[in-house]
Design a protein around this ligand. Structure first.
Ligand code: PAF
Length: 287
């Protein structure tokens, strides 16, 4: 496995790969790798001639400085873990170089996807994501790029970026990986205290109950129920719960037969922000 830190070097590697018609799979990450990331790396390795993983904690997508400062950094361990996978190249740029000394976001329009949920609560977040993903795509020249469905809104936004900019990359969404108690795997989980960690599976339990309720109850009463159960929980603070159209991400108040619905949730455990989502078309007893 080759570690590349230099922009010119990654450009020359990917240009050579493209010239020899090799397919490239890219897995963009911010490090602190967990099994969810590894599943993307393995899929990328199986489906492409070369698998590149990028590790870069992107400053422009953080709306709060403390969140950026506290973002976990486990680089030594990440590299050890990646060596045992199908990853051939790890790209670890530095911020000044990748941003060409101007650490600011480009402004995007993602046809309104950016204004819902995470967009409402994390100002400028998706401009930051769009900026870095576009830069990584330009440098890595991937045939396919892999993103987890835990950040479902991000996945839809990256698909929109790809189509709006005619990038011609296959954007592949991969299922959420969960701990055995249902907590969605996230780099942020390592910041949870023992008590918060013990309480955190409540998020997924609530989503699973919402799936069940969706069969018979209306959206307003499910939302009220979610607010009421979180109001009684002393460890977790609900930021939002929304039932939205999976494609437009617009919140829904009524159900239409031909629409695919998904429930989205953001919760604070102390200062740690956790997000999760679930398709409302599935059976609640699915793990
Ligand atoms: O999902 C992430 O880890 C990040 O948002 C991404 C896609 C690597 C961009 O910084």
């Amino acid at each position: 496995m080759k570690v590349v830190r230099n922009i010119a070097e990654i450009r020359s590697i990917t240009s050579a790969l493209k010239s020899s018609h090799k397919s490239i799979g890219l897995v963009p990450t911010m490090g602190a790798l967990h099994q969810g990331h590894i599943s993307l790396v393995e899929k990328s390795g199986q489906e492409n001639d070369v698998c590149i993983v990028s590790i870069f904690v992107n400053p422009t997508q953080f709306d709060k400085k403390e969140d950026l400062i506290n973002y976990p950094n486990t680089l030594t361990n990440d590299l050890e873990v990646l060596k045992k996978t199908t990853c051939q190249i790890v790209f670890i740029p530095d911020a000044e170089a990748i941003y060409n000394n101007a650490i600011i976001s480009e402004e995007f329009s993602f046809d309104g996807l950016e204004n819902e949920m995470e967009g409402k609560h994390r100002s400028g977040h998706f401009d930051g994501v769009g900026t870095i993903v576009k830069k990584l795509f330009e440098l890595a020249q991937p045939t396919r790029a892999y993103f987890g469905e835990k950040d479902f809104q991000q996945l839809q936004i990256v698909k929109k970026l790809n189509s709006n900019e005619n990038l011609g990359i296959e954007i592949i969404g991969c299922p959420i990986f969960r701990e055995s108690d249902g907590l969605a795997m996230s780099s942020r989980n390592i910041r949870l205290t023992k008590t918060q960690r013990a309480e955190a599976p409540f998020i997924y339990q609530t989503l699973k109950t919402a799936v069940k309720k969706f069969e018979t109850e209306d959206i307003a009463s499910i939302s009220q129920w979610v607010s009421s159960v979180f109001a009684k929980n002393t460890s977790l603070d609900l930021e939002y719960f929304e039932i939205a159209n999976e494609n437009t991400l617009k919140p829904n108040t009524s159900k239409n037969t031909n629409t695919k619905y998904r429930a989205f949730i953001a919760v604070f455990a102390g200062s740690v922000r956790l997000i999760d989502n679930i398709s409302l078309q599935q059976q609640p007893n699915k793990p």
